[in-house]
Design a protein around this ligand. Structure first.
Ligand SMILES: NC(=O)c1ccc[n+]([C@@H]2O[C@H](COP(=O)([O-])OP(=O)(O)OC[C@H]3O[C@@H](n4cnc5c(N)ncnc54)[C@H](O)[C@@H]3O)[C@@H](O)[C@H]2O)c1
Length: 350
C-alpha cells in the first residue's frame, strides 16, 4: 500500500542539512528493517537520510559493501546507485505502509492505548481487545476506520476467538498481537497484625488474568497468524507481551503480581521456540514505571518520589515510549525470544 505522506516529506526537506552527522550503523539498521516492513513517517525521514548519505558517499565502496551485506543483494556500484536514487526520489513523495494488522489487549487504557494510537497513526490497523466496561468503543470510534473494538475478557476462549475473527473480518489478517491487559493486587503474603493470609482468590485472579490471559491470546492469535503468507525471511507474525520489572525486582506486597509477570517472562522463550517453525516471533517487554491511569491516580508527591527513583531519565515513562518500542520490535526481525527492560535503569527497592 502506498500513501502520500506530505508532512514528513516537507520536514525532511527542511531538515536535510542537519543529517550529515548520522551514522552508517543506523543507516544499515534502517535498510535491514525496511525489507518488506512498515515504513511510516519516520521511515520516510530515514529515506531522505538515505538520499543524503548517497550524496556524501557516492559510489563509495564501503557503503556498497555494507549495504549489500545488509540487504543481501549483490549489485554493482552503478546498479546500487541507480536503484537507490530512484527509490529515494520516489519515496520523497510517497511513504510505504505495509498495512499491518495488530490486536492489542488492554488497548483501551495506558500502555495498550498508546500502542493502538501509534499503530493507527503509522498506517496500520488495530483491534482493541478490552473489557466491555472499558473505553474501547469510544477510542475505536475516535481513531477511525482502521480501528475496531472487540469487547472481551482475555481469560475467555470465546471472547478472544471473536476478537481474532474480527481482525480477519474487518482487516483481512492478523500480523501482530500485543498483550497489555493486566491487573495487580498489593497484599502481603501474611498480615500478622490481623492474623490473615493473602487471599487465595486474589492470587489466583492475578495469575489467571496475567498469565493464562496472555497465553490464551497468544495461542488463539497465532492460529490466525499461521495463515499469513510468509515474507522473504519466512516471517508470519509477532507477539509482544508485557511483563514488568516486578518480574525481577518484586517489592513487598507483590507476590501475586511478580509471580504473574515472572510467568510471562518464563514462557517467552519456550513459546518463541514452539512458534519458530511458523516464523512467528515472541518478545516480552518489562516496563518500569509509566505514567498510565494506574499511576495517575496517585498523589503528585508519590508520583514525583517514584520518578526520582529512576536513574535516567529521572521521570515516569511516557506510554508513547512503550508504543515506540512495540513498533520497533515488530519491525526488527532479529529480535525473538527476548525480555527487554524499558525502565530508565531502575532497580526497584524492597
Ligand atoms: N504502568 C506501569 O507503570 C506498568 C509497569 C510495568 C508493567 N505494566 C503492565 O503493563 C500492562 C498495562 O498497564 P497499564 O498501566 O497500561 O494499565 P491500565 O490499567 O491503564 O490498562 C490495563 C487495561 O487492561 C484491561 N484489562 C484488565 N483486565 C482485563 C481482562 N481480563 N480482559 C481484557 N482486558 C483487561 C483494562 O480494562 C485496562 O484497559 C499491565 O499488564 C501492567 O501490569 C505497567
Amino acid at each position: 500500500m502506498w500513501e502520500v505522506h506530505w508532512p514528513s516529506s516537507v520536514v525532511c526537506l527542511l531538515t536535510c542539512p542537519l543529517w550529515d552527522t548520522l551514522t552508517f550503523e543506523s543507516y544499515a539498521v534502517f535498510l535491514h528493517n525496511f525489507k518488506g516492513r512498515t515504513i511510516d513517517g519516520l521511515g520516510c525521514l530515514h529515506l531522505h537520510f538515505h538520499f543524503k548519505l548517497l550524496q556524501r558517499y557516492f559510489l563509495c565502496h564501503e557503503v556498497k559493501k555494507r549495504c549489500a551485506t545488509c540487504l543481501r543483494i549483490n549489485q554493482t556500484s552503478a546498479e546500487f546507485f541507480v536503484t537507490h536514487v530512484l527509490f529515494v526520489l520516489f519515496s520523497c513523495v510517497y511513504c510505504i505502509v505495509k498495512g499491518m494488522v495488530g490486536l492489542v489487549t488492554g488497548g483501551a487504557s495506558g500502555l495498550g492505548r498508546a500502542t493502538v494510537e501509534r499503530l493507527v497513526q503509522s498506517g496500520a490497523s488495530a483491534v482493541i481487545l478490552d473489557l466491555p466496561s472499558s473505553e474501547g468503543q469510544a477510542l475505536a470510534a475516535s481513531l477511525g476506520d482502521r480501528c475496531a473494538f472487540a469487547p472481551a475478557d482475555v481469560t475467555s476462549q470465546a471472547d478472544v476467538q471473536s476478537a481474532v475473527s474480527l481482525a480477519r473480518e474487518k482487516f483481512g489478517k492478523l500480523d501482530l498481537a500485543v498483550n497489555c491487559a493486566g491487573i495487580a493486587v498489593a497484599v502481603k503474603t501474611y498480615n500478622f497484625k490481623k492474623d490473615t493470609p493473602h487471599s487465595l482468590e486474589d492470587f489466583q485472579r492475578v495469575i489467571n488474568v496475567n498469565i493464562a490471559g496472555t497465553f490464551n491470546v497468544i495461542r488463539l492469535a497465532v492460529g490466525e497468524m499461521g495463515k499469513n503468507e510468509p515474507d522473504a525471511d519466512g516471517h508470519r507474525g509477532c507477539i509482544i507481551n508485557t511483563a514488568s520489572v516486578a518480574a525481577f525486582d518484586g517489592q513487598v506486597g507483590q507476590a501475586a503480581y511478580s509471580a504473574s509477570k515472572g510467568g510471562i517472562v518464563g514462557m517467552t522463550l519456550p513459546i518463541a521456540r514452539d512458534l519458530a517453525p511458523m516464523g512467528i516471533r515472541v518478545i516480552t517487554i518489562a516496563p518500569g514505571l509509566f505514567a498510565t491511569p494506574l499511576l495517575a491516580s496517585l498523589p503528585e508527591k508519590v508520583r514525583s518520589f517514584l520518578a526520582r527513583q529512576v536513574p535516567f531519565p529521572s521521570r515516569l515513562g511516557d506510554p508513547a515510549e512503550f508504543a515506540h518500542l512495540v513498533t520497533s520490535l515488530a519491525e526488527n526481525p532479529m529480535i525473538n525470544g527476548e525480555i527487554i527492560r524499558l525502565d530508565g535503569a531502575i532497580r526497584m527497592q524492597p
